[in-house]
Ligand binder design. Sequence first.
Ligand SMILES: [Zn+2]
Length: 340
Amino acid sequence: MRTGARLLMKLTILVLVASLQVGMSCTAAEVLPNSTLARSLVPPPGFVPPPLHPGGVELETRQLGKGIYALMSNTPFTDNAGFIVGRDAVLVIDAHFNGAMGQQIVDAVRRITDRPIKYLLNTNAFGDHVFGNYVFPHETMIVAHQSTIDALRISSVEGMSRTMSRTVGGDLSVFAGVELRLPEVGFDTYWHVDLGGRRVEMHWFGQGMSPHDSIVYVPEAKIAWTANMVFGEGTIPWARSGNIAAYLETLQRFSAKIQPKIIVPGHGKIATGGIIDTYQRYLVGVLEAGTLAVAGGLSGEALVADAEVSADYSISPPLRVLMTGFHRWNLQAAYREVVR
Ligand SMILES: [Zn+2]
């Protein structure tokens, strides 16, 4: 752990301050349809929606360990996925954007093994992670955090497509043919399976980017799929649902429980485990900036207007505009959290 005692103390104080002011509503299994999530905050100046259009996206199969494969997107931010092969079965992590992308995942698995795809894990309730579900075999059991299932149950392809239209430049043709197939198995905080000599865990540590973010972990290799909770190398978090303090606590619970060496993010490049500490440090800084702005009588608009991500975070050049928007969104959320 690179997080020092001083940082932890500062962090504790900030969380305490924030929690007192917010009344600490740690929204455990909060149920929100995606359309509601989209309205959580008005985007700040300079914000651009994440570019997720699946047109031309190819997933590269990258072996990270024995039976452990990442499926990495060939663009800076469209979805990644992955699969684990055991003696008896295959487990897939996320189903991607639509039927064509889901089929790319199935085909990638089939190029490596003909063992049955017994499990598909959905790491959150967003369409770019679940809309490919319906092309997986009927016998594939889909597993997700219970809040993901609850949110999907009150959602529709039409509603979710509308919410996501800005991420595909308004091209709704990418959702053609999509059927919403819900996960059958929900878990509370922990789920695991033995694929035959290969154990895979799924954790829910609390609210992150959304209320639903789950982490998939292969303990023998210390590799984690972090979905939208932790993006790739050269990124900062996006507190899309607000509540920076809760996001921070979630990451603390994450690093207290498991210490991955390799992170396969839902979006972006493969990272080392150190990025979890970097994300915590970043969120502490954002809360601090919000607290200082309120104390100094600065308006929320002034705090956010021209804000740039500190050079300390070495933002990946193709993601600079996207991350600047995320940063302003986070600052806006922190400000409101302190004011409330
Ligand atoms: Zn995502």
